[in-house]
Design a protein around this ligand. Structure first.
Ligand SMILES: C[S@@+](CC[C@H](N)C(=O)[O-])C[C@H]1O[C@@H](n2cnc3c(N)ncnc32)[C@H](O)[C@@H]1O
Length: 240
């Protein structure tokens, strides 16, 4: 399956490839207090929307990288001055004043191992904006299957997420989490995009996979606890 292409179809015009609301992201960006000329890195940035918003709000020089050239090209068309988006699957050399890793820790080895690599990319006293999933309740086997074959140890609960950051030498300064409303908007926008695209492209080789993605999401959401199992938090962390 062409997972990246199916994901792009599912997300459609969604800017953020995670359930956070734009308002919550902007609240975090307002809190950053970045000095002019600060260097920022966006890990597995997708279209680099978080980095682009930061560069519009603060005078930073930003680099974002992602392995999906379609997303990088889309992001470049909207990038303000000072933001460079590149196609790559490894980060450039640091350290940076600010590192963003939002729904992207899998690009650095997955949670919690990625936290060590992220800390190394941030200068001492610099900041990390981490968007990470967590278990709001223990996932059932059926739920993990309905996530497409996830495993329970891929994530922690909220306390475990904070503890993993602390033990990686990162001090939590602020956090917010996606609400059920945010999750409904994110999941159901993708279902709608998939169903409409598959109906309009019935003969396309991707149509079956696109429709299967929508069906799996509906199944997951309909399970007991299906709308209350997965959480997503945004954390502002400082390297100790
Ligand atoms: C869920 S999306 C998140 C994108 C963006 N951070 C956001 O929140 O909108 C995960 C991204 O990771 C990228 N990715 C996965 N593995 C990668 C790797 N090793 N190097 C670079 N990008 C990677 C994918 O192409 C995808 O754009």
């Amino acid at each position: 399956m062409n997972t990246a292409a199916v994901s792009r179809i599912a997300h459609g015009e969604l800017e953020l490839y995670n359930p956070l609301s734009a308002a919550d992201l902007d609240r975090a960006i307002d809190l950053l207090d970045l000095a002019p000329g600060s260097r920022a890195l966006d890990v597995a940035c997708g279209t680099g929307v978080a980095l682009r918003r930061i560069a519009t709000r603060w005078e930073v020089r930003g680099t974002g990288y992602d392995r999906d050239r379609h997303l990088v090209e889309r992001g470049r068309r909207a990038a303000p001055a000072g933001v460079e988006l590149v196609v790559a699957d490894e980060p450039p050399a640091g350290p940076f004043d600010l590192v963003l890793c939002i729904a992207s820790s899998h690009a650095l080895g997955g949670f919690p191992q990625a936290l060590e690599r992220l800390r190394e990319l941030v200068r001492p006293g610099g900041h990390l904006l981490l968007g990470e999933g967590y278990w709001r309740r223990p996932p059932t086997r059926e739920y993990l299957d309905a996530l497409g074959g996830a495993t329970r140890d891929e994530l922690a609960d909220y306390g475990g997420l904070l503890e993993a950051a602390r033990s990686a030498g990162l001090v939590a300064l602020w956090s917010c989490a996606a609400s059920e409303h945010d999750w409904d908007r994110y999941e159901w926008t993708q279902v709608l995009n998939c169903e409409r695209w598959a109906a309009e492209h019935a003969g396309d080789p991707l149509a079956e996979d696109v429709r299967a993605r929508a069906a799996l999401a509906r199944h997951r959401l309909a399970l007991t606890g299906g709308r209350e199992t997965l959480g997503f938090a945004l954390l502002l962390l400082r390297r100790a």
